[in-house]
Design a protein around this ligand. Structure first.
Ligand SMILES: N[C@@H](CCC[C@H](N)C(=O)O)C(=O)O
Length: 274
């Protein structure tokens, strides 16, 4: 069966987007993993499925899957891409996305930059989640990282505390550290100034990516909690920069950056295991 897809990216964090709003396809986790494979499939960091919204006020229901086929409730860069896609299809400049992490309001400006209200971070140990009752600002792991949830679990290492850490080398083990029962996205951050930081993220289920939107949000939240940066902070990643604001008034985190369609295509699902 041939199905259409969009190939999109936010700062090089790339997605296959399949629209199931009018027709359902047989997209099992195994098939999603095979399609996400960069050598034998289309290739992407995350696989995104659009479904009809079932919550009042939402324009679309969005599901996010990692390249290994596991599902995540949140993906910041893909949320910007879906908002931009809806706009390209004739939708409004202020779409609302229903996700497993809640409703996300987006706004697209005249230049095509997309801001998504990622909601408030969750900072309790059960929210991340952690395996036991621990202060999320100081985890008992070498390097003294902090944890936060943006709908998905993030842990942040500040490299000034632990200069030798390397995303590719240490990311896989830290993603699966026993403190994280649902695994974790692992951020490696270097503070540049009160208004800027450098970040690389080893993503749960996808490995090292060029950018991670929810990771940028979680890192700014953790850096603000540690008193290291201001509430509005630029986050420089390998694929480019996002502007993040942790709004004081309501505690919501706003993420602003680009969203790009690379190409559209079709793929024969029968060539992939179900
Ligand atoms: N690339 C993402 C995050 C995708 C999900 C993550 N790997 C997880 O499993 O939680 C982003 O831009 O936020």
């Amino acid at each position: 069966m041939m199905i259409p897809f969009y190939k999109m990216h936010g700062l090089g964090n790339d997605f296959v987007v399949v629209d199931e709003r009018t027709e359902r396809f047989d997209l099992t986790p195994a098939r999603i993993a095979a399609l996400s494979d960069r050598h034998r499939g289309i290739g992407c960091d995350q696989f995104v499925i659009l479904r009809p919204a079932c919550q009042t006020g939402a324009d679309v229901f969005v599901r996010f899957f990692n390249a290994d086929g596991s599902e995540s409730a949140a993906c910041g860069n893909a949320s910007r891409c879906v908002a931009a896609l809806l706009r390209q299809q004739g939708g409004s400049t202020a779409p609302v996305l229903q996700t497993r992490a809640g409703l996300l309001a987006a706004r697209i400006d005249a230049a095509g930059e997309v801001t998504v209200d990622m909601g408030p971070p969750a900072l309790g140990w059960r929210d991340v989640p952690l395996a036991r009752d621990i202060d999320t600002l100081h985890l008992p792991i070498e390097g003294d990282p902090a944890a936060a949830s943006m709908g998905n679990p993030h842990v942040t290492f500040f490299l000034a505390d632990v200069p030798g850490l390397d995303p590719r080398e240490d990311g896989p083990m830290l993603e699966r550290h026993p403190l994280f029962p649902e695994r974790a996205n692992v951020g490696f951050a270097r503070i540049l100034s009160r208004g800027a930081l450098r970040l690389r993220v080893w993503e749960r289920g996808s490995g090292l990516t060029l950018a991670c939107g929810s990771g940028a949000c979680a890192t700014v939240v953790n850096a603000v909690r540690r008193g290291l940066v201001d509430r509005t902070c630029r986050v420089d990643m390998d694929g480019g920069s996002l502007s993040i604001t942790w709004r004081e008034a309501d505690g919501h985190v706003l993420m602003t950056g680009p969203a790009v369609t690379s190409f559209v295509g079709t793929v024969d699902l029968d060539g992939y295991p179900s």
